[in-house]
Each structure stands twice: as C-alpha cells, then as structure tokens.
Design a protein around this ligand. Structure first.
Ligand SMILES: C[S@@+](CC[C@H](N)C(=O)[O-])C[C@H]1O[C@@H](n2cnc3c(N)ncnc32)[C@H](O)[C@@H]1O
Length: 252
C-alpha cells in the first residue's frame, strides 16, 4: 500500500489515534542546541501571513506568532491539540483543495507532510496557487538517509524487526525536488539535509518512536513484535531522524 487512495483511511486513523505524535518526537530530537522545527523556522519569512499546510498539532505556530499564522489540516484530533495550545486561524481542510484565494498568503510552510499528501502534484499546485508572487514556500520532510555508523545499524535493526521497509507514497518524486516545484511555478532556492537524533532513554521513548512511524503494510502482530524487539535494543541510545528542508520562491 505505497500509493494513492489507500493512504487516506490509514492516515486518518493514524492521526486520530496518535495526534501530536510527530511533534512529540521532533521537539526532543535536538542536536547541538537545535531541533528540527527551529531548523525549519530559519527558512520561514519573519513577516507576512504564513499558511501551515497539514499543520497537525501546530508546532510551528509559536515560532511564527498567532497573529500571522493560519493552520490547515484534515484531522480534527490534530486540530484540537493545535487549538489547545492557542494557535489561532485553524481550518479543517484538504491540502489539495485549500479554501483560500489565489495569491492570498505571503508564505506557505509544510512540515513533515509532503511525503504523504496525495496526490502530491495537486497539493503542491494548491500551495503555489495561494502563495503571492515572490512568496516563499518552505518544507521539511523525512528521508531514509544517507546514514552512517550506528545510525545505519539502527535503521537495519528497525527494518529487520518490521520485516518491511518504511516508505511513504511521495518518496520517489521528492528525490527530484527541483522538477517537482518547477512544475507548479515555484523556483527552488535550496535543499538541505541534516540528521537529528531522538533519545531512547526509556521503554516509553522507544514506544513513542515506534508509534511515530507510518507502516501501513505491517500487520498488528508484526508491529507488536517489532516494538518489543526494539525495546530490547535500548542500548542504541538514540534513533536517527534524517530530514530535508526545502525552500522555493513563487515565480514572478
Ligand atoms: C506527520 S504529520 C505532521 C504534522 C505537523 N505539520 C508536524 O510537523 O508535526 C502529517 C499531517 O498531515 C495531515 N494530512 C495528511 N493528509 C492531509 C491532507 N490531504 N490535507 C490536510 N492535511 C493532511 C495529517 O492529518 C497530519 O496532521
């Protein structure tokens, strides 16, 4: 189930059961005093209205500021968390049909969701449509590597436990980001990679990490066994979180 419509019900159930899970992992995946949302925020303009597509629990809202923040997501459970933290301007909507006018926002951000938004060309076309000319599009998404040393050993251990690869429907197109953004009228400015690390100090940490993975092709029993196997591998100490941040500009 790597492609298409089958993802929608899987994602919907996943986020209903585990709202806020992505934020719980990333906010603790710090390296050298920095964490992923802070790293991504360096590429978000400091002025103007910012639309956060697939905002989830709205971890970017405090960094952007409530007065210029609009968050959109399909999950009511995620949006409930976002509202609870005081993020204003929250809208339940599909990333492929944004309820905003052409050129109506100064920046669009998309954190940890480009890999799962389907169909991706439609979601990107919508992001570009609502962005004003010269406006900035910033995204952050997970990648599988490159990993080295213990990070690579951890990834192999995890894949062996799950007996399945961890993949998302848009992995392939995201390997060619310049062509992807160009097709919707955006000009690529930068694609940068960084590997953060989530600490695995307790069994609960390992459980939270396992819960954050999209693994639609792994059955319940296999997942339960993989989770127990990873709990016994706590000597790893941390899990790698390899990410890409992308920024692009809407063509004049
Ligand atoms: C991995 S979470 C990321 C949440 C948040 N941006 C973050 O960085 O923590 C992916 C989010 O995408 C949302 N999502 C998935 N498909 C969507 C769609 N078609 N339209 C809007 N939101 C969608 C999910 O509900 C979920 O909140």
């Amino acid at each position: 189930m790597a492609e298409g419509k089958a993802w929608r019900p899987y994602l919907s159930e996943f986020h209903a059961d585990r709202a806020g899970i992505t934020e719980r992992i990333l906010e603790r995946s710090g390296d050298e005093g920095d964490e992923p949302y802070g790293w991504m925020s360096e590429r978000i303009p400091s002025e103007g209205v910012v639309l956060d597509v697939a905002c989830g629990s709205a971890p970017l809202a405090p960094r952007i500021g409530p007065e210029r923040y609009i968050g959109v997501d399909l999950s009511t459970e995620e949006l409930r968390l976002a509202a609870g933290r005081g993020a204003g301007g929250l809208v339940i909507a599909d990333a492929t049909r944004l309820p905003f006018g052409d050129g109506s926002v100064d920046a669009v951000v998309c954190s940890m969701a480009l890999q799962v938004l389907t169909p991706l060309p439609e979601a990107l076309a919508e992001a570009s449509r609502v962005l004003r000319r010269g406006g900035v599009f910033t995204a952050m998404y997970p990648v599988s590597g490159p990993l080295s040393g213990w990070d690579a050993v951890f990834a192999l251990r995890l894949l062996w436990s799950l007996r399945s690869r961890i993949g998302a429907p848009n992995e392939g197109p995201l390997r060619r980001p310049a062509a992807l953004v160009r097709s919707v009228g955006l000009r690529l400015r930068a694609v940068e990679s960084r590997c953060f690390h989530f600490p695995l100090n307790t069994r609960a940490d390992i459980g939270a990490y396992m819960d954050s993975l999209y693994v639609p092709s792994v059955g319940r029993e296999r997942y339960r066994r993989a989770r127990s196997a990873m709990e016994r591998s706590s000597w790893f100490g941390y899990a790698p979180v390899p990410l890409v941040r992308l920024s692009a500009v809407k063509e004049d």
